[in-house]
Design a protein around this ligand. Structure first.
Ligand SMILES: NC(=O)C1=CN([C@@H]2O[C@H](COP(=O)(O)OP(=O)(O)OC[C@H]3O[C@@H](n4cnc5c(N)ncnc54)[C@H](OP(=O)(O)O)[C@@H]3O)[C@@H](O)[C@H]2O)C=CC1
Ligand SMILES: CC(C)(CO)C(=O)C(=O)O
Length: 298
C-alpha cells in the first residue's frame, strides 16, 4: 500500500516507520527530521527496534497515495486537510486525539476513516523515534458498521506487524476516548499531576464530571455511551497509565499549545448545538485557553 503520513512528528514517525518494511511509506515532516530520514534512514528504538528507510519530505502537496494517515496535532487538522485536498489520496485515516475526523471529512472528497491509537511515541532527535509503549490502533467507518476499506487498511497494518483492530463501533469508541481525554488530560494539565494522582483525589471527581458530561453529549449525538461506561473507562486508564504524564500535561510543561479545542472545547461546542450546557468542560476549556493566551500560544 502507498501510505502518506501527514505530520510525521512523534506518533506519525513511529507508525510510518513500523509500516515502512512492508509498505511504500512517505513521511511529510519538518526539517531537520525529514532531511535526516531521507539521507540516513530512521532508527526506531525502545519497545520496538528497527532501522527503516521511508521516503521523507517537507513538501505538503502533490502526493499520490492509497492512504493518508493524519498525525498532526488536532489544531493543525484543517491546514492538513487543505494540503491533502491538493494530493490524490484514496482514503484518509486520523490517528489523532480529539474529534478531528469531521474537519477532515468536511474538507476532503476521499473517504475518511476514524481511528484511535494507544501506541506511545517520542521523537528523540531527527531520524530517531522511541516507541514508549506498544499499544493498539483501532480503526473503522466514521459512522460505524462494517467497512471493506477499513478491513483493507487493518490488514495492511497487521501485515506490517502492527497491533491493529478493525471495529464496527467507532462512534462509541471515539466518544469513550474523548470522555477519558476530557477528564484526564485537562485535569492533569491544570493541576500538573501524573494520571495516577487522579485516583481517589478531589480532582478525580472533577475528571469524572467531565467524562460524564461527555457521555451525555455523546447520547445527544445518538451514540450509546452510558455514564457508568465512561466513568469505568476513565478509571481503567488512570490505573493502567498511573505513571504517565498526559499529553496535555506534557504540552503545558513544554509551553506548547494544547489540544483543548478538539477535546473539552469540542464537547462544549457539540453540547451547545443541542442547547445543552456542560459546565465542567466549559470551565476546564476556559482555564486551558486562558493559560494558552497568557503564554502567547493563541
Ligand atoms: N505521541 C503519542 O504517543 C501519541 C499521540 N497521539 C495523538 O497524535 C497526534 C499527534 O501527536 P504527536 O505525534 O505527539 O505530535 P507531534 O507534534 O510530535 O507531531 C505532529 C507533527 O506534525 C508536524 N506538522 C504539522 N503540520 C505540518 C505540515 N503542514 N507539514 C509537515 N509537518 C507538519 C508538526 O510540526 P510542527 O510542530 O513544527 O508544526 C509535528 O512535527 C495528536 O493528536 C496526539 O494527541 C495519540 C496517541 C499517542
Ligand atoms: C490515555 C491518555 C490520557 C494517556 O495519558 C492520553 O491519551 C493522553 O495522554 O493524551
Amino acid at each position: 500500500m502507498r501510505i502518506l503520513v501527514f505530520g510525521a512528528g512523534s506518533l506519525g514517525t513511529l507508525v510510518g516507520g513500523l509500516l515502512a518494511p512492508v509498505h511504500d511509506v512517505t513521511l511529510v515532516a519538518r526539517d531537520p527530521h525529514a532531511a535526516r530520514v531521507s539521507s540516513a534512514g530512521l532508527d526506531i528504538v525502545g519497545a520496538e527496534s528497527a532501522h527503516v528507510s521511508p521516503a521523507a519530505t517537507t513538501t505538503e502537496t502533490g502526493h499520490d497515495a492509497d492512504l493518508a494517515l493524519v498525525t498532526v496535532k488536532s489544531f493543525d487538522t484543517a491546514a492538513a486537510a487543505d494540503a491533502l485536498a491538493d494530493c490524490d489520496v484514496g482514503a484518509v485515516l486520523s490517528l489523532q486525539n480529539g474529534l478531528t475526523e469531521e474537519t477532515l471529512a468536511s474538507r476532503l472528497d476521499a473517504p475518511v476513516l476514524a481511528g484511535t491509537a494507544t501506541y506511545g511515541a517520542r521523537l528523540v532527535e531527527p531520524g530517531r523515534i522511541e516507541c514508549t509503549g506498544v499499544g493498539r490502533i483501532v480503526l473503522g467507518a466514521l459512522d460505524g458498521g462494517p467497512d471493506p476499506l477499513a478491513e483493507r487498511v487493518g490488514k495492511a497494518f497487521r501485515d506490517a506487524g502492527l497491533n491493529a483492530l478493525v471495529a464496527t463501533d467507532m462512534p462509541r469508541r471515539r466518544w469513550e476516548k474523548l470522555a477519558v481525554n476530557a477528564g484526564i488530560n485537562a485535569v492533569t494539565a491544570l493541576s500538573r499531576v501524573e494520571n495516577g494522582a487522579l485516583a481517589g483525589d478531589d480532582a478525580s471527581e472533577l475528571a469524572h464530571r467531565a467524562a460524564r458530561e461527555t457521555a451525555r453529549v455523546a447520547r445527544l449525538e445518538r451514540v450509546s455511551l452510558p455514564n457508568r461506561v465512561a466513568r469505568e473507562a476513565l478509571d481503567r486508564v488512570v490505573e493502567k497509565t498511573a505513571a504517565n504524564r498526559s499529553s496535555m500535561l506534557q504540552d503545558v510543561a513544554a509551553e506548547k499549545r494544547t489540544e483543548v479545542d478538539a477535546i473539552n472545547g469540542a464537547v462544549v461546542d457539540i453540547a451547545a448545538e443541542h442547547g445543552f450546557e456542560v459546565p465542567t468542560n466549559r470551565t476546564l476549556a476556559a482555564l486551558l485557553r486562558a493559560w494558552e493566551r497568557g503564554a502567547g500560544l493563541r
